[in-house]
Each structure stands twice: as structure tokens, then as C-alpha cells.
Design a protein around this ligand. Structure first.
Ligand code: GTP
Ligand code: MG
Ligand code: ZN
Length: 303
């Protein structure tokens, strides 16, 4: 009894892999043996992102994504008009900001809130420690140190040996997504830690890029030959919408604010004007940084 030829071919040709680079509907997929193939998405399958495990099927020299396997997590931002995924199945977030260009604390806080929402642990790198206004930037990050987010003060370009020694143990045995504003030093970090970064990008994904110096596509790199540790470089972001997070969850995702919410008189307190608000009382006592409270209000107002 001959089975349908199309389904038999389908079973033979279908493989699993991981999306290691992507730009729109053209994705680079890596198989278990390390081979990389350019794949296309079709129909509603266009939402595969870097880090996704997918099933794909050969079609000539290229491949077609057939399915996205269930995700452990997905880090994304959502503005008024669009949703932008950063990466899936990540073990850690590293937010890179620099002394210059001066970073937006609001964007930094939003990235940390999105990570907390996705239950992804996060650290901050403050880069360009060599620049004269370092002390100001360090002071602005004090609230993050205080809520237990590790802040690594580095000079990725000027003291690469020290930076690499401090980063290496933090990056072992997990996939780390590197996020941050343009010009902060994300690609400098990736190039420092990934010896063969240029080779790993390869011809196919170079074709996905537009050739500018600035990173235009999210890219997965292996740190080790055994492929147990990965770094994911991403294009700089300017906006970080959190429309996917309910307003009444924001305080819980900001530990310095959330820890005082249990002191509020009303269980549904929004911490803006209510009498007996524990957050406002803590703000008055100087136990919550004013910048953090301002960011809380700003995000709450958007949702
Ligand atoms: N002074 C100083 N400059 C640095 C340091 N590290 C990186 N830079 C410079 O910062 C600039 C931006 O670095 P990139 O690594 O391209 O920044 P990026 O975050 O990848 O930027 P996008 O790809 O645009 O998002 C480059 O000119 C680097 O040489 C540092 O430790 N000190
Ligand atoms: Mg870059
Ligand atoms: Zn309150």
C-alpha cells in the first residue's frame, strides 16, 4: 500500500533547528550539527524570532519554517501600534548602557520590567567607565544597585582584559540577550567575548544585514565550541512600550515600589494620590528614588 508521496517526503525532510538570525521573513536556522540554512516563513508563521526552536522543511537550497516549538520565554516590547520581539528562550538579560551617549533611565527601567515579567534574570553593564562623566552615570544607577540588580562598571574597549574576565563566568552555560540603546557598546561586548564573531555571522546573514556599522538584525553567537553558552546581539532600541503589562502589575515588577505596596490602606491602591498609601509614604521618607517613582507614574499612565 503506497503512502502519499508528499507526506512521506515531508516526514523525511523535516528537521528541527534554532533561529540564530532574522530579518523579517528571512531567518537563519541552525541544526543540531551546527549547519546553518536560510529559511523563509510563510503564512502566519512569520512570528519566529531569534532563539526560537523551529521545525523546518527543505525546499531547494533553502528551507521553509513549518512550526515554532513551545517557548520557555519571550522578551518583547509593545508600543501603541506594534509589537517587537527581541528573542525567545533566553536565560539572562544583560542591559548595556554607557556613560555616553547619556542613557534614558526610563528605557532601562522598562527593559528590567519586561525581564521581570518574563521571569528572566537581569544585570546591567555600565560601559565606557574611562569617560570623564562616569561618576554622574554611576550615581544615576544607584537605585538599581539598591534593588539588587548587579551593575558591572566596565570599559569594554579600553580595558578589554578586565571586562572579559568579569563577564566570562556570568555568561557560562546560558543564552544571554544583550539589549540597550544604540552606541552603548553591545557589539563591542559581543566581539570581545566571541573570538570568531565575524565567522559566525557568515555569508548568509551578512546578506540579511544592510552593511552599516550599527547592528540591524538580532544575532545569536556561540561563546564556546561545545555550544553551551550564547550571546545574542540586538539593534539598539529607542522606545520600550510595555502595553502588554497590566497597569496593576507594574508596582510588583518594580521591587523598590512593590515592597511598600503591602503598607497601603487600600488593596487596589494605584500609589498616585490615595490616602494611607505606603508607597507615597516611603517616597516622602526618601526610601524610594524620585526617578523610579516618576518612571512608575509614567508607565502606569500609558497602560
Ligand atoms: N570611550 C569608550 N568607547 C567605547 C567603549 N566601548 C565601546 N566604545 C565605543 O562605542 C561605540 C559604539 O559601540 P558599539 O559596540 O557599536 O555599540 P552598540 O551598542 O552595538 O550600538 P548599535 O549597534 O548601534 O545598537 C564604538 O565607537 C565603540 O568603539 C569604552 O569602553 N570606552
Ligand atoms: Mg551593535
Ligand atoms: Zn499605595
Amino acid at each position: 500500500m503506497p503512502s502519499s508521496p508528499s507526506s512521506a517526503e515531508g516526514l523525511l525532510a523535516e528537521s528541527e533547528g534554532r533561529v540564530v538570525s532574522g530579518h523579517g521573513r528571512r531567518l537563519l536556522v541552525e541544526s543540531g550539527d551546527g549547519a546553518r540554512i536560510l529559511c523563509h516563513t510563510r503564512g502566519k508563521k512569520s512570528d519566529a524570532v531569534v532563539g526560537d526552536r523551529v521545525r523546518w522543511q527543505a525546499s531547494g537550497d533553502e528551507g521553509v519554517i513549518e512550526a515554532i516549538l513551545p517557548r520557555a520565554n519571550l522578551l518583547y516590547r509593545q508600543d501603541e501600534f506594534k509589537t517587537k520581539a527581541f528573542a525567545a528562550n533566553i536565560g539572562q538579560l544583560l542591559v548595556v548602557v554607557a556613560v555616553e551617549p547619556v542613557f534614558s533611565e526610563s528605557q532601562l527601567a522598562r527593559a528590567l520590567i519586561a525581564a521581570a515579567d518574563a521571569e528572566v534574570p537581569a544585570r546591567i553593564v555600565l560601559n565606557k567607565r574611562d569617560l570623564p562623566t562616569f561618576a554622574i552615570a554611576r550615581e544615576r544607577l544607584h537605585p538599581y544597585d539598591a534593588i539588587g540588580v548587579e551593575v558591572l562598571e566596565l570599559a569594554l574597549k579600553h580595558e578589554p582584559g578586565e571586562a572579559s574576565a568579569r563577564l566570562a563566568p556570568l555568561l557560562a552555560n546560558r543564552a544571554t540577550l544583550v539589549l540597550g540603546p544604540s552606541g552603548a557598546g553591545k557589539s563591542t561586548l559581543v566581539n570581545l567575548m566571541v573570538a570568531d564573531a565575524k565567522a559566525q555571522i557568515g555569508e548568509i546573514s551578512q546578506a540579511l544585514n544592510t552593511g552599516r556599522h550599527t547592528t540591524t538584525a538580532t544575532q545569536w553567537y556561540w561563546l564556546d565550541a561545545g555550544r553551551t553558552s550564547a550571546l545574542i546581539d540586538s539593534p539598539g532600541f529607542q522606545e520600550f512600550g510595555l502595553r502588554h503589562i497590566a497597569g496593576d502589575r507594574v508596582a510588583a515588577l518594580m521591587p523598590d515600589i512593590g515592597r511598600h505596596a503591602s503598607e497601603c490602606r487600600f488593596y487596589n491602591c494605584t500609589h498616585r494620590h490615595e490616602p494611607g498609601c505606603g508607597v507615597l509614604a516611603a517616597l516622602g521618607r526618601g526610601e524610594i528614588a524620585e526617578s523610579r517613582y516618576r518612571i512608575y507614574r509614567e508607565i502606569f499612565a500609558e497602560l
